[in-house]
Design a protein. Structure first.
Length: 309
């Protein structure tokens, strides 16, 4: 039996299916995408940090999204690029556990941050007179601290529970390490892990869905009743973009997690959706919020003009 206490154990992820001729272009393309993701997210962070006009609850909450997105990119791209460069899909158990933790930290963090942003928009539109009281600096710190505390703690316990087992298999059934694929390496009773995973899924997926669903129903109702057409258009545009980002992440994440629990699900679909979670949000979030949020875009332009001149 193979055990994770052995110094010789090496895990192997699903092959990329790249020919030797296509490895070099794939490596260059992946590197450029990774650099672009880091550049765009850092640009959003720097713009919010340096622009005093953006030191508002909405943008302070948004500040946390690029951080989470870069955690996801860091979890996926360096290992992927190493695999392409070496033409090897081997990974050590410690590196696999670290990648799995970062992946789940990113997924949990993104959902909770988007939920906090939806709550902020709800207060701004539906309770505008009490906005500064409810979204005070003190309350904002509590919200952000709670988001990161939950985002770190739940995945940490999840991965720690998986790390206590010995492995009897070495094939990671996904394109990257995550909790479901790690648990499938174990031949012992993993009921406790499965129950904890279900509880986490319900809390992290269901909780935000209920909060966002309620807030956007209230926002829609308020917008319909609002006689100011310009204010209504602006609110719907801002919230509509946010809702699309949230639902895409929700659907892809839920489908990927539940696909592991049903044997009839296509592994190719599961892997494609799993990869999309780590590729598209980090790539598109800074573009969507940078272009669609007028105030942020204007400050990005000012930042460039200031550095050029």
């Amino acid at each position: 039996m193979i055990t994770n206490t052995s110094s010789e154990i090496v895990l192997e992820m699903e092959p990329l299916g790249l020919s030797p001729e296509s490895a070099y272009p794939a490596f260059i393309f992946g590197t450029l995408v990774y650099i672009f993701i880091v550049f765009c997210n850092v640009l959003v962070l720097i713009t919010i940090a340096l622009s005093k006009k953006l030191h508002k609850p909405m943008f302070i909450l948004l500040f946390n999204l690029p951080i989470s997105d870069m955690v996801g990119a860091m979890a996926f791209y360096p290992q992927l690029l190493l695999s392409i460069a070496t033409q090897s899909r081997l990974i050590s158990p410690p590196a696999c556990f670290i990648q799995a933790f970062l992946v789940h930290l990113y997924g949990t963090g993104n959902l909770l941050i988007l939920t906090a942003m939806a709550y902020d928009r709800y207060i701004a539109i539906c309770c505008s007179l009490r906005y500064h009281t409810i979204m005070s600096a003190h309350n904002l710190v509590i919200i952000i601290a709670a988001v990161w505390c939950v985002a770190v703690t739940l995945p940490m316990v999840l991965i720690a529970m998986a790390a206590r087992f010995q492995f009897c298999r070495t094939n990671i059934v996904d394109m990257y390490c995550n909790n479901p694929s790690i648990v499938k390496l174990v031949c012992e009773d993993v009921s406790a892990n499965n129950y904890y995973g279900i509880v986490i899924t319900i809390l992290v997926q269901g909780g935000p869905l209920v909060v966002v669903g309620y807030t956007y129903v209230q926002i829609l109702r308020t917008c319909v009743m609002n006689r100011n057409a310009e204010a209504r258009r602006k609110a719907i545009q801002t919230c509509g973009t946010h809702l699309v980002v949230f639902l895409i992440l929700q659907i892809n994440t839920a489908t990927t997690l539940f696909a592991h629990r049903f044997r009839g699900t296509s592994p190719y679909m599961r892997r494609a959706l799993g990869v999309s979670i780590l590729v598209f949000p980090p790539l598109l979030d800074p573009i969507i919020y940078g272009l669609k949020t007028k105030e942020l875009w204007e400050n990005i332009v000012k930042l460039f003009k200031r550095n050029v001149t």
